[in-house]
Design a protein around this ligand. Structure first.
Ligand code: ADP
Ligand code: MG
Length: 232
């Protein structure tokens, strides 16, 4: 069956540990992410949010059920296929994971050159343009240690979005930031995702940013328990 979903998950289960201590962490997950959609996932700590995100991102293997990314089945995919999948995904984690010995621009540019065969001058210009879009135009030549927490997370956003990925996965990207900075960072992420044409799946505990979502899903004890539409 053809579908235009970015992510399509059917009856997904996930387990950790070896028998007889095997423990089920995700239970019968069904979810879709459409092109350009912004989905926020909430839920208590330990409920399985990161596990689901890493499965979608091709960072761990699908065991049971179906998980399709751009219509490609990831269950049974080999490492080479997973590497292809990761090219279309931008990742933003709680910690920024920037390389300390590179400047803001070099961190962003490297992500672009890693995946796309584009000339250095073009990559440089594109990196600068995206850093300007996250309001860091005056910080492009600084190393991470010279930047605040919010500024570093904005570089991480620029790095994740510079290659216009089909999907951005963000795992509690504002957890280390104060409320106001977190809000600014998320609004920039939302704007950039819309501009680059990327879908965004964002995990957060922060109730104050739920309004940026097109849709909110809720994880509890490994079950996706509710889906409510916030916007038409
Ligand atoms: P969340 O991101 O919602 O806080 P996680 O997906 O990180 O939750 O974890 C869900 C549950 O799975 C937790 O109980 C965690 O301890 C457990 N878990 C995750 N990965 C492993 C693993 N490799 N081995 C054992 N337990 C794990
Ligand atoms: Mg987590």
């Amino acid at each position: 069956m053809h579908s235009d979903s970015i992510v399509s998950i059917r009856n997904l289960n996930y387990y950790v540990g070896a028998k007889p201590l095997r423990q089920q962490i995700l239970f019968d997950i069904n979810v879709e992410v459409k092109p350009r959609e912004i989905v926020i996932m909430t839920g208590p700590s330990g409920s399985g949010k990161t596990t689901l995100l890493t499965l979608i991102g091709g960072l761990r293997s699908v065991q049971e059920g179906s998980l399709k990314f751009l219509n490609q089945e990831l269950r049974g995919a080999n490492e080479k296929q997973l590497v292809q999948v990761r090219r279309h995904i931008g990742y933003i984690f709680q910690a920024h994971n920037l390389l300390e010995f590179l400047t803001a621009r070099q961190n962003v540019q490297m992500s672009l050159e890693l995946w796309k065969d584009i000339p250095e001058q073009e990559a440089k210009a594109k990196a600068e343009e995206v850093l300007e879009a996250v309001q860091l135009g005056d910080k492009i030549d600084l190393h991470p240690q010279k930047l605040s927490g919010g500024q570093k997370q904005r570089v991480a956003i620029a790095r994740a979005l510079v290659s216009s990925p089909r999907l951005v996965l963000a795992d509690e990207p504002t957890a280390a930031l104060d409320g106001k900075t977190g809000r600014t960072v998320v609004e920039l992420m939302q704007r950039l995702a819309k501009e680059q044409g990327s879908a965004l799946l964002l995990v957060t505990h922060d109730n104050r940013i739920l309004d940026i979502a097109d849709r909110i899903i809720n994880m509890e004890d490994g079950h996706l328990v509710s889906k409510m539409l916030t916007k038409k």
